[in-house]
Design a protein around this ligand. Structure first.
Ligand SMILES: *Cc1c(COP(=O)(O)O)cnc(C)c1O
Length: 451
């Protein structure tokens, strides 16, 4: 019985899948200029992004060629393996078949280099010398540090201060790959200075770090900004995951009944899901799509589908997306990559159109699932990915109750080797479950831009 499916090198995807032309009629709403309420044109983004990525952001082409140089670098960790979780199935005594795509084998340990590499590539092609970006828990900063290093570029990472202090090894890893890492808020940008003037001991947030990095890029000609999730071109690059998985599932003669993933900004889940969603949108399949998020940052399950800013200081265009309000500061859960206030517009639109559902979990039940998974399948998963594992286990048990032999496919977006202090807390019984932050969400939602 096959446990691990590897795609032959001559079957590696040569194109990314752009879901935009297949989206339900009228479901995609344009980004708006917050001052005028009018749609923003591509030129509004040229101070911080190269035109090639802006064109991908607004592209209506169904497939976009992956540049040769990017495909060569992808080969350092791609194809990623597809596993069947036979031991977990047995432990759960479920008739369901559980498959997972493992993205933790990249040098940075997650799916994020799948987009960091093409983003660095297109910026270098445009003559850009340095990338300024933000990182929360450190996974995105590591991925961009790696990618810029591979293309001979410089990298400045604004790392949320609380993580900078709590995750020194992520910082070291970025420095090994040659990046400069700063604890945000810094005194280098107007945004950082403004925050420090109001709150000198601010621990920072992803929203603040985004404001700092994008200001750095906008004020330096040789520097561009780069985002690790949410935007259309980021989700596009991640579809290399799903394009591989479609073929790997075929090699096993199965088609998934349900596709599961964790969602922070939505990119790893979109990457796996969209090439399968293509068949659903075409009316060929009735596959179920389920995204998992934390109860303490319940963007899709409790947020509002409306226009909001992507950053805390309101410097981005307005995007139509599920949001908890741009200044919502989620509790300090260990799944740092899931602590963003909003969701990718493409994922949000698919949820709104009824093609996807979401479920939210507390931190302790997520670690229960993570440890059960590690003890059966071996891999120690990232806390973010463990939300997907929890959802997959719940579904497998539901199918057991119903006696259904369904096929589950989920994305295991990364390993948890830098999260061992979280596992320590869990094993020591000191992991806390945060209550659903209803009041804080109400407060930040009251500050949503009035449309
Ligand atoms: C960043 C991260 C996530 C969340 O980001 P998405 O854009 O939603 O994929 C999930 N898992 C891991 C391992 C991450 O590093």
């Amino acid at each position: 019985m096959t446990v691990k499916t590897i795609l032959p090198e001559d079957k590696l995807p040569t194109r990314w899948y752009n879901i935009a032309p297949d989206m339900p009629e009228g479901s995609l709403k344009p980004p708006l200029n917050p001052a005028t309420g009018e749609p923003v044109g591509p030129e509004a983004l040229t101070p911080i992004f190269p035109m090639s990525l802006i064109m991908q952001e607004v592209s209506t082409e169904r497939f976009i060629d992956i540049p040769e140089e990017v495909r060569e670098i992808y080969k350092l960790w791609r194809p990623s393996p597809l596993f069947r979780a036979r031991r977990l199935e047995k432990a759960l005594d479920t008739p369901a078949r559980i498959y997972y795509k493992y993205e933790g084998g990249s040098p940075a340990g997650s799916h994020k280099p799948n987009t960091a590499v093409p983003q660095a590539y297109y910026n270098r092609e445009a003559g850009i010398k340095r990338i300024a970006t933000e990182t929360g828990a450190g996974q995105w900063g590591c991925s961009m540090a790696l990618a810029t290093q591979l293309f001979g570029m410089e990298c400045t990472v604004y790392m949320v201060k609380v993580s900078y202090e709590q995750k020194p090894y992520r910082r070291s890893m970025m420095e090994v790959w040659g990046a400069e890492v700063l604890a945000s808020p810094t005194d280098r940008t107007n945004s950082g200075r403004q925050i420090l003037a109001e709150t000198p001991d601010s621990l920072g947030s992803l929203g603040i770090a985004i404001s700092e990095a994008s200001e750095d890029a906008a004020t330096h000609d040789d520097t561009n900004y780069s985002l690790g999730s949410v935007l259309n071109h980021v989700l596009l690059h991640q579809t290399v995951v799903g394009e591989e998985a479609v073929q790997q599932m075929e090699m096993n003669d199965v088609y998934p009944d349900i596709i599961i993933g964790c969602i922070g900004g939505g990119s790893n889940y979109a990457g796996l899901a969209f090439p399968f969603m293509r068949e659903r949108l075409a009316g060929n399949r009735n596959t179920e799509f389920l995204a998992a998020e934390p109860t303490s940052c319940p963007t899709v399950t409790k947020g509002k589908y409306t226009y909001d800013f992507g950053d805390t200081l309101c410097s981005t265009p307005l995007l139509m997306m599920h949001t908890l309000g741009h200044d919502f500061m989620p509790p300090g859960i260990h799944a740092g990559g899931l602590r963003y206030h909003a969701m990718a517009p493409l994922i949000s639109a698919l949820v709104d159109a009824g093609h996807m559902n979401a479920v939210a979990y507390g931190q302790t039940e997520v670690f229960d699932a993570a440890v059960q998974f590690a003890r059966n399948e071996g891999i120690v998963p990232a806390p973010e990915s463990s939300h997907a594992i929890k959802a997959a286990i719940d579904k497998a048990l539901e199918y057991k109750e119903a006696g259904e032999e369904k096929v589950i496919l989920f994305n295991l977006s990364g390993h948890g080797h830098f999260d061992m202090s979280a596992y320590d807390q869990y094993l020591g019984g000191s992991l806390i479950d945060y209550a659903y932050p209803e009041e804080k969400i109400k407060e930040s939602m009251a500050k949503l831009p009035k449309m």
